[in-house]
Design a binder for this molecule. Structure first.
Ligand code: TXA
Ligand code: MG
Length: 318
């Protein structure tokens, strides 16, 4: 069930309208050309993704991405100068070159210029953008290694192996509101509010940056990124041994496993999904993660955004 393909095979498959799992610097993506309805349909089917949840369009460079935007692009161009290629996705008003299947009938499109050299080579040679959601089944953990993708789709989807993803968490998604001079963060990532604020200030954009919480947007589901065994979020400043005995009393027949967060946040982000995947291999396991008061700062907000959605239960032991 090994479905790995070479770069040239991946390029030919994508050219002919097949769906291929490709590496990006954030997570692996399930990619297909944006100009083929059947290809787009296949992406939704393979991922079991509901049609109301739109896809990100991956472009080679700003000049290509610009072709799909309607309206004023000065701000977006400025952001791309600083953050692209890289883990930033911008949601902007679309024009009619983008099909409504990609955007789930919305009048905006999510655009990203990825950094991994293999996806960059593919995009340059294809000369057409690739629509790509993360290469996981809907609601489950995103893959950060080629072997993860092979096992998620039981070898039925061709995979281009680009090694382990460097960032490990999905891109930051932002949506500028030009009228009100605001940038909303729809999904936090490793490009943080502070990075964005600095870029705006340095370039004389009098905009503020805010999290968009508690409002409906397509990918804002509460449950997401779920491992195959329960993940329990424990708020506590006590010793692990106390947390473990508490959990043992609640779940006497399970093996209690700790997801350790004792590294710098960038490193935790890089290995978060692969650590969760490892800890869920034994179906008797229960994973716990300890939230403490010192885990503050912007990359932590991306980490806790994923862990909150991945967890199925919360206990407060403070
Ligand atoms: O790092 C990433 O962004 C990865 C790699 C493969 O590029 N892709 C990724 O795609 O995470 P996906 O589909 O798993 O997550 C994209 C999110 C979804 O939650 C979707 O709802 C949201 O972006 N999205 C896409 N288009 C949107 C739009 N027009 N307005 C608001 N949200 C949008
Ligand atoms: Mg996803």
């Amino acid at each position: 069930m090994n479905s790995k393909v070479t770069y040239n095979q991946a390029l030919d498959l994508l050219k002919s309208g097949e769906v291929v799992a490709i590496p990006t610097e954030t997570v692996y993506g399930l990619a297909g050309r944006i100009d083929n309805q059947k290809t787009l349909e296949n992406i939704f089917n393979i991922k079991k993704r509901p049609s109301f949840d739109p896809l990100i369009v991956h472009c080679y460079k700003a000049s290509q991405a610009k072709q799909y935007i309607s309206g004023d692009i000065k701000l977006v161009e400025c952001l791309w100068k600083v953050f692209s290629p890289g883990p930033l996705t911008v949601v902007v008003p679309k024009n009619d070159k983008i099909s409504s299947m990609i955007t789930a009938n919305q009048n905006t499109v999510a655009l990203r210029i990825p950094k991994h050299f293999l996806v960059r080579n593919l995009l340059e040679n294809l000369n057409i953008p690739l629509a790509a959601p993360s290469a996981n089944l809907y609601g489950k953990l995103s893959p950060t290694k080629a072997d993860d993708v092979v096992s998620i789709f039981s070898g039925k989807v061709p995979v281009l192996d680009g090694g382990d993803c460097e960032v490990g968490l999905e891109s930051t998604i932002i949506q500028p509101d030009l009228k009100n001079k605001k940038i909303f963060i729809l999904r936090p990532g490793t490009i943080t509010k502070e990075h964005l604020q600095k870029c705006l200030k340095d370039n004389n954009f009098d905009f503020s940056v805010a999290d968009k919480k508690n409002s409906f947007h397509p990918g804002g589901q509460i449950e997401h990124y779920q491992p195959d065994v329960p993940l329990i979020l424990v708020e506590s400043d006590t010793e692990d041994s106390q947390i473990i005995s508490f959990l043992k009393s609640k779940y006497p027949s399970r093996f209690i496993q700790k997801l350790s967060l004792e590294k710098p946040p960038q490193i935790i982000a890089r290995y978060l999904y692969s650590d969760l995947r490892k800890l869920s291999q034994d179906k008797n396991n229960i994973i716990f993660v300890n939230r403490t008061k010192n885990q503050v700062g912007e990359v932590w907000s991306a980490i806790w955004n994923r862990l909150e959605k991945a967890s199925s239960k919360k206990f407060n032991l403070t």
